[in-house]
Design a protein around this ligand. Structure first.
Ligand code: GH3
Ligand code: MG
Ligand code: MG
Ligand code: MG
Length: 318
């Protein structure tokens, strides 16, 4: 584990360095408080620090104060080394944000024991952060497919439509619904249906760019937001998505299954005053039109210019 030693006294710095290296620590040693802050603020910097109280520029307690002020840093366990044994000093050091202190001259075994305490705290913090990230993922992603859940994709839709309105950036709202999916469940069982949903989600993610969004809108319906998607390329992009799903069978425990989707699209850079519900209603109507036209095709809610209209018509004719 990485550990930082900040001490302006060369001899005691070297001594500490040797002792801790022998104990197995990966030691970074610096001669002043500013260098200590710089090391700790490095994303890969040490999370365990031994800080001399008296140092030029920033002293130990000031380093603690600066580090505690950085809200985006992970937890840093800081021990002050001091020749000050007065209670008032100790209280001031801990008040500045130190976790512990050792009075010089200190006993090596005591130092090691206190560092082990620090490691335990850091380990615990690591597990808490992991648990929090895990919860965050579960709260924002669909448990079956691991893509964004309905709540998140709806929030993103609201945000992107607002941005599109504000900056006149064209975006496309794409609603995809698997064709005759009930038959998959009825013929092969729900678990095979689940396998299909997972694979379709994977293919949807593969078919979009890194700044587009894909979420599970409902059972076998997926909402895709194509950001910065001009009218001239929307039909082609939607067609790419459709092809990505239907071009090869999905491999399942019941064997390869051909799957197709119908797609409704609403594209513009001028959303007027329509509410999200109204926009989704438009996309849903387009999806309904795709189903009515025989499925496995793309339909537009309202072609916003002649290019989209022309390509859309061409696709419908294929
Ligand atoms: P259409 O082409 O008109 O969309 O027909 P469809 O059969 O796909 O549509 P329908 O709405 O009749 O059926 C959707 C099916 O999706 C019914 C439901 O059981 C299934 N479904 C929804 N969520 C899940 C899921 O999480 N896992 C599985 N296996 N099936 C699901
Ligand atoms: Mg000093
Ligand atoms: Mg459906
Ligand atoms: Mg369906």
């Amino acid at each position: 584990m990485k550990i930082l030693i900040a001490d302006d006294d060369l001899l005691s710095r070297r001594l500490l360095e040797k002792t801790l290296q022998r104990t197995g620590y990966d030691v970074v040693a610096v001669p002043d408080g500013s260098a200590a802050v710089a090391q700790i603020c490095d994303p890969d910097g040490p999370r365990l620090a031994l800080l001399d109280w008296e140092m030029p520029e920033l002293d130990g307690p000031e380093v603690c104060r600066v580090i505690r002020g950085h809200k985006d840093l992970g937890y840093v366990y800081m021990i002050l080394l001091t020749s000050k044994g007065l209670k008032t000093d100790v209280v001031a050091g801990l008040g500045a944000g130190a976790d512990d202190y050792l009075t010089k001259p200190f006993d090596t075994e005591e130092l090691k024991a206190r560092l082990r305490t620090g490691q335990r705290i850091l380990h615990l913090e690591g597990r808490l952060v992991e648990a929090r990230e895990d919860l965050r993922f579960k709260a924002t992603h669909d448990s079956l497919t691991s893509i964004f859940n309905r709540g998140v994709i709806m929030d993103l839709l609201g945000r992107e439509v607002s941005r599109s309105r504000r900056e006149s950036i064209p975006i496309a709202i794409v609603l995809c619904d698997l064709d005759h999916f009930k038959r998959v469940n009825d013929t092969h069982g729900h678990l095979v249906g689940d396998e299909v949903l997972k694979e379709i989600s994977r293919r949807l993610l593969l078919s979009v760019r890194s700044y587009d969004y894909v979420g599970r809108f409902g059972g076998e319906e997926f909402l895709v937001i194509l950001n910065n998607c001009p009218a001239g390329s929307t039909a082609g992009r939607a067609e790419e998505i459709r092809r990505m799903i239907s071009s090869s069978a999905v491999q399942t425990n019941a064997g390869p299954l051909p799957i197709a989707i119908s797609i409704g699209v609403h594209q513009t850079d001028n959303w007027g005053a329509a509410t999200l519900e109204e926009l989704l209603h438009e996309v849903d109507s387009a999806l309904y039109a795709a189903k009515a036209a025989g499925r496995n095709c793309v339909k537009f809610a309202k072609p916003t210019d002649s290019v989209t209209a022309a390509v859309s018509t061409a696709i419908q004719l294929v």
